[in-house]
Design a binder for this molecule. Structure first.
Ligand code: FAD
Length: 425
């Protein structure tokens, strides 16, 4: 791998690293991305299993993310909008709830549902109006508290918290206790109102593949150490050494801590996913399913109903989200999740489900409790010539990853507009 000095080396081919590399490449810099895994994308990947397209965990794109609008060709992603209502499951009972994205009054099913009281529905509408009043990025500033404290201060009932907010935002924040910063709750709520949620037809991995186009990426190469030298940095990798004038570390926080010596780790949130195939149309529900009862399942989706084409003809795909890393083996976990699905659909229908895949993600997001923003690291590191990208400089999500890549590139290019853009803008 020894060759002429690169202008820039990006460590990590997730969304942050790919974004930084893409901007620098377009600006005419000679930049290479080194990615330890066999393919790019980091946490945003998809794979084909027996003709089914499985995303790495259940995640969605909010097309209103400002950085997504700047960096992605949203049309080329062929986005399929997800229904703006959710179905709240309590055993056999299913209540359709208009999510905060829309005018609730336009959804008769919402108004009929017993999952929220009428007063709670009006509070959702009032909250939505209040959050529309300012530019979205300003919702990331101001006083902070937990999402739960914020929702209680808004007057929401216990039932609203348990039936809607815990499972819905549990799926976004990967924790059901609503301990995540209320600033983030307000920001994501606004993103949902501004553009809903969508999935690329061919999988979330399309986002990463699109960002990687036209960029020099070497996969299967792990960077082991960074050695600052006069005028350049030497990266010691699993495939030899490589020199670059500047290095952008765009790995997950634990790896970035190891490489830079900075204290970046903020606590990990884990999640687990089970993918089921069946040839039986067990349900016609294409909306997000929220489990309002105690149990392992937080949320689930008939992915093939929401995004036709994710399953082969005549087949259906159900993706189940379990928060955390349950301490049971795969067979026991499958059996317990199946038991919960039996309560939803009956034992016979649940018996037709075939486990296609099971994925445990120990590091899906980093923890973002109230006040977390005050502890965010900047892009500089103690190593001369080494900058940081990665969501860990911003917020744990696609907007955070993309904007951190943008900012690292702006610093390299001396682009003042890019450097001074507020978080979330
Ligand atoms: C299950 C799940 C659900 C999510 N849901 C959502 C959602 O709905 N909406 C949303 O906005 N966000 C969501 N997120 C978060 C979002 O996916 C992440 O914020 C984002 O992908 C982080 O990108 P990144 O580039 O900062 O880091 P990563 O994706 O972690 O990329 C880092 C890359 O660095 C590589 N690497 C690490 N060490 C080295 C090394 N030493 N040498 C070379 N390469 C290395 C890794 O292999 C990886 O590819 C979710 C995440 C998960 C996992």
């Amino acid at each position: 791998m020894l060759e002429h000095m690169l202008d820039g080396l990006v460590v990590g081919g997730g969304l942050a690293g790919l974004t930084a590399a893409r901007i620098l490449t377009k600006a005419g810099r000679r930049v290479r991305v080194l990615e330890a895994a066999a393919e790019v994308g980091g946490r945003v990947r998809s794979r084909e299993v027996e003709g089914f397209t499985l995303d790495a965990g259940f995640q969605v794109l909010f097309p209103a993310y400002p950085a997504a609008r700047r960096q992605l060709d949203l049309d080329a992603l062929d986005l399929v909008p997800l229904p703006s209502a959710a179905a709240v499951r309590r055993g056999e009972r299913e209540d359709v709830l208009g999510s905060p994205l829309d005018d609730l009054a336009s959804l008769p099913a919402t108004l009929k549902s017993g999952a929220l009281t009428l007063t709670d529905k009006l509070r959702v509408a009032r909250l939505a109006a209040a959050l529309r009043a300012s530019p979205a990025h300003e919702l990331l500033t101001g006083p902070d508290e937990s999402t739960e404290a914020f929702l209680r201060a808004q007057g929401f009932s216990e039932a609203a918290l348990d039936h809607f907010f815990r499972p819905f935002f549990g799926g976004i924040f990967l924790r059901r206790d609503l301990a995540t910063s209320a600033r983030l709750f307000r920001y994501y709520f606004r993103m949902l109102m501004d553009g809903g949620a969508a999935l690329p037809r061919r999988g979330m991995g399309e986002i990463s593949r699109q960002l990687a186009q036209g960029t020099d990426v070497l996969t299967g190469v792990k960077v082991l150490r960074l050695l600052p030298r006069p005028g350049h940095v030497t990266a010691v990798t699993s495939a030899g050494e490589i020199d670059a004038r500047q290095v952008i570390v765009a790995t997950d926080a634990p790896a970035a801590s190891d490489l830079t010596g900075e204290a970046l780790t903020r606590g990990a949130l884990s999640s687990t996913y089970l993918y089921y195939a069946t040839s039986r149309r067990i349900s016609g529900q294409h909306r997000l399913l929220l489990n309002a009862e105690a149990g392992l399942i937080n949320n689930a989706q008939w992915t093939s109903l929401a995004v036709p084409g994710r399953a082969p003809a005549g087949q259906h795909l159900l993706t189940v989200t379990v928060l955390g890393l349950p301490e049971v083996d795969d067979a026991a976990l499958d059996a317990r999740v199946r038991g919960e699905l039996s309560r939803w659909y009956g034992a016979e229908a649940a018996g037709t489900l075939r486990l296609l895949g099971l994925e445990r993600l120990p590091y899906a997001q980093f923890e973002q409790p109230a006040g977390y923003a005050a502890t965010l690291p900047g892009h500089a590191t103690r190593l001369p010539g080494v900058l940081l990208a990665s969501e860990v400089t911003s917020m744990s999500g696609i907007q955070g990853a993309l904007e951190s890549g943008e900012k690292a590139a702006a610093i390299v290019l001396g682009d003042l507009t890019g450097m001074s853009r507020p978080r979330g803008a």
